[in-house]
Write a protein that binds this ligand. Structure first.
Ligand SMILES: Cc1cc2nc3c(=O)[nH]c(=O)nc-3n(C[C@H](O)[C@H](O)[C@H](O)COP(=O)(O)O)c2cc1C
Ligand SMILES: [Mn+2]
Length: 487
């Protein structure tokens, strides 16, 4: 069994249970408890400080200023040591294996009648969203965001398909939320079907749930696929769900805090949403009218935990790479029939989506182009501005190696494709005011083939570096004599 597979099995419990995750992380000394922090910008600043570490500590905010003492906010779960393991290609492969297990052995959710989330229920006139901690995370945010690492549940109007996606959620007033869904995301396509019929879209916003759900909701799944069933497949057991009183939509029985309601068509009601500091490193989407959720029910546990994972400038080490995104892209490239893919990575600083690197072992003329075009036409399509294809001797997890490949194997004039009119989103900072106004949410893409040209690969200068095994042999022999080299 591969190292990561064994790890994955032992981590199974924490993927499926947020409170178990917290307990075990505490035992491992990976949790920093912070009391009495101010949700107005102070929590956001503390979070940003934590991102200076490649593996940021899990932050547990207790006794948050101005809120009930037992309402907590938990951060840096998805980037935690416990869930991520090591940030390397093995971790990407590990995610791919689990994705496959989730797809192939998907286990539908199991409906139950009761669960911890039903411990407290606010109904109709009693609904008060403002009693739950919703930080203003960044100085120029347009409001308080309660949903950052949240899951938003909707059901296709004309079939049984239940979709779960992560879309940021802002507090509008004591009974109203707004949800920002980029055009083309499943949640957007689903809500439009209701609106076409003049109906409000039933919707659930859950802001505290098992880590596996956040991971699946936050990365692409097949159109029509059930993220709840995939989560069951990954855990090897069904996600237990209860159903909302007013929408009959399912949500996890062990969820921490859930808002249930309806999203009327935008011409019935919309409200300003944003700006919000995004993963691009900018307040890129400005403020626009967005659809709202009229909340009819709130369900929560005692000592509830809200998950917080606001975006930040992607140059912080703690923003890490996007392992799940790399795994999804890798799957898509292989599904397009590209052989010998040895690694897929999102370059640190590259904004989790914008900069994708693919390592291949070239087997035929045009192989690199096959990989690049497959990437651009797949899940890499959305905001995947830069695709870099390299040979598999390049360590794509190391930005210096990738830059070296660019510097020494890429002829810009002959080894580049630029493709126009590609799918982008509101968050793209390069979109001009005119394009935004016109609804032309597109931009161009570059594919950089930083590979040795296939037809004269054999004549390419040899790489100036000892074999790793030779270096290790010498290092061992001279151990102690070269203390500065020992780690
Ligand atoms: C922490 C986090 C926050 C996200 N916020 C948003 C968001 O506000 N709006 C959006 O459209 N996508 C957002 N995404 C990306 C979507 O969750 C992702 O594209 C997912 O595939 C959407 O689900 P769907 O494919 O079922 O639509 C976010 C992802 C993560 C991990
Ligand atoms: Mn989906």
């Amino acid at each position: 069994m591969a190292r990561s597979e064994a790890d994955a099995d032992s981590r199974q419990e924490v993927w499926g249970d947020l409170r178990a995750f917290l307990e075990i992380s505490k035992e491992r000394g990976e949790v920093q408890v912070i009391r009495d922090a101010d949700p107005h910008l102070e929590m956001g600043a503390l979070y940003e400080l934590s991102l200076r570490k490649k593996y940021p500590p899990v932050l547990l905010f207790e006794e948050i200023k101005g809120y009930p003492k037992d309402h907590r906010v938990l951060m840096n779960v998805r980037t935690s040591r416990l869930l991520v393991g090591n940030l390397d290609l093995e971790a990407v492969q590990d995610i791919r294996r689990r994705r496959q297990r989730g797809e192939q052995k998907s286990i539908p959710p199991e409906r139950v009648n009761d669960g911890p989330v039903l411990e407290y229920v606010q109904r109709d006139d009693d609904v008060n969203i403002l009693t739950f901690p919703a930080p203003k995370w960044h100085p120029q945010d347009g409001g308080k965001y309660i949903g950052t690492e949240c899951i938003v549940i909707t059901k296709d109007r004309d079939s049984d398909w239940v979709n779960v996606g992560t879309y940021r959620t802002m507090v509008q007033d004591e009974k109203t939320l707004s949800v920002f869904i980029e055009p083309g995301k499943h949640g957007d396509i689903i809500r439009r079907r209701y609106w076409e019929h003049g109906e409000a879209c039933p919707i659930i916003v859950c802001v505290g749930q098992a880590p596996v759900l956040g991971n699946i909701a936050g990365s692409s799944s097949r159109y029509g696929a059930s993220e709840l069933a995939q989560a069951g497949g990954r855990l090897g057991r069904a996600i237990r769900t209860v159903h909302g009183e007013v929408t009959n939509l399912p949500f996890p029985a062990d969820a921490e805090l859930v808002f249930e309601g309806f999203m009327p068509p935008p011409d019935v009601e919309s409200r300003p949403e944003g700006p919000f500091a995004e993963w691009t490193g900018y307040y890129a989407s400005d403020s626009r009218p967005e659809p709202i959720v009229r909340v009819a029910r709130v369900y929560h546990r005692s000592d509830l935990i809200i998950l917080g994972q606001p975006p930040a400038k992607p140059t912080y080490p703690g923003r890490q790479t996007n392992l799940a995104g790399a795994a999804a892209l890798w799957d898509a490239i292989e599904a397009a029939g590209v052989p010998e893919v040895k690694g897929v990575w999102k370059l640190l600083g590259g904004g989790t989506r914008f900069t994708n690197v693919i390592a291949i072992r070239q087997k035929y003329a045009g192989h690199a182009k096959h990989a690049g075009l497959a990437a651009i036409g797949s899940v890499g399509a959305f905001l995947g501005r830069i695709i870099i294809v390299v040979d598999d001797d390049i360590d794509i997890t190391d930005s210096a190696e990738v830059m070296w490949a660019l510097a020494t194997r890429w002829d810009p004039k002959t080894q580049t494709d630029i493709i126009e009119g590609c799918w982008t989103g509101n968050l793209d900072p390069t979109l001009s005011p005119e394009k935004r106004e016109a609804g032309d949410l597109t931009s161009s893409r570059i594919i950089i083939y930083a590979v040795r040209p296939f037809h004269w690969m054999d004549k390419y200068p040899a790489v100036n570096q000892f074999d790793r095994s030779d270096l290790e042999y010498v290092a061992k022999k001279w151990k102690g004599l070269l203390p500065l080299l020992d780690e």
